[in-house]
Design a protein around this ligand. Structure first.
Ligand SMILES: *[C@@H]1O[C@H](CO)[C@@H](O)[C@H](O)[C@H]1NC(C)=O
Ligand SMILES: *[C@@H]1O[C@H](CO)[C@@H](O)[C@H](O)[C@H]1NC(C)=O
Length: 206
């Protein structure tokens, strides 16, 4: 037990040191809680999220009304003002499908605002609008670090892939937002997919 708890605190320290905020400013760590949402056959084990090939037909559960495959952590980092940063590293373990969302910045009022999707060839793209963020980076077994910086006060939203700016929206909508990570099929997407997120961190700028 002692060895286990020492190892657990060592790995917690490693996680805390690994994630780094991008852009200048006084970034203060936030520690939002989360709820796991699973739909239609999606499941999670720790921070590994899995969806099968096709939905099991069930539409019961939080966020399941459309019957899409889902296994996502919904973070309780809701905000409508201020500057907020997310960081996390994901690795796709296996992928037999296409066009699966792995990270969302959700507009609490109306639904998704920015959805990061991955295509079968490892290309990262914006599901809303279709812009390519990075071609072929998210291949099975490759670790990819994502940072999002959202300045809700000036309606600026930026996404970094492995530290490089890959997407920006300087006309982001108003609203109340929160983050989700995991696996979720887009309207034209299919499983199966297994993805592991690590080094997940949140900051607010003071
Ligand atoms: C479908 O999968 C969900 C979890 O993603 C589960 O809660 C539900 O019981 C499953 N339904 C059936 C009919 O297997
Ligand atoms: C987000 O919600 C707000 C209402 O709070 C709405 O005005 C805005 O259009 C929504 N934007 C998107 C992209 O859903």
């Amino acid at each position: 037990m002692l060895v286990k708890s020492v190892l657990a605190s060592l790995s917690a320290a490693a996680v805390a040191m690994a994630a780094t905020p991008l852009e200048s400013g006084n970034w203060v760590t936030a520690n939002p809680g989360f709820q796991l949402q699973t739909c239609a056959g999606g499941s999670a084990s720790g921070s590994t999220f899995s969806i099968p090939t096709s939905p099991n037909g069930s539409t019961s559960g939080s966020g399941c009304s459309n019957g899409h495959l889902r296994a996502e952590n919904r973070y309780n980092d809701d905000y409508s003002t201020g500057v907020h940063q997310f960081a996390g590293t994901f690795k796709i373990n296996s992928f037999g499908g296409n066009k699966v969302a792995i990270k969302q910045t959700f507009n609490g009022s109306t639904g998704p605002y920015f959805i990061l999707g991955v295509k079968s060839d490892g290309t990262l793209y914006s599901v809303e609008g279709g812009a390519t963020l990075a071609s072929g980076v998210a291949k099975v077994g490759s670790s990819v670090t994502i940072n999002t910086v959202h300045n809700a006060d000036i309606h600026s939203f930026r996404v970094y892939v492995n530290g490089a700016l890959a997407f920006r929206d300087d006309n982001a909508p108003s609203g109340s937002f929160y983050d989700k990570i995991g696996a979720y099929t887009t309207d034209s997407g299919t499983g199966p997919l297994s993805v592991t997120w690590s080094d997940v961190a949140f900051w607010t700028r003071q």
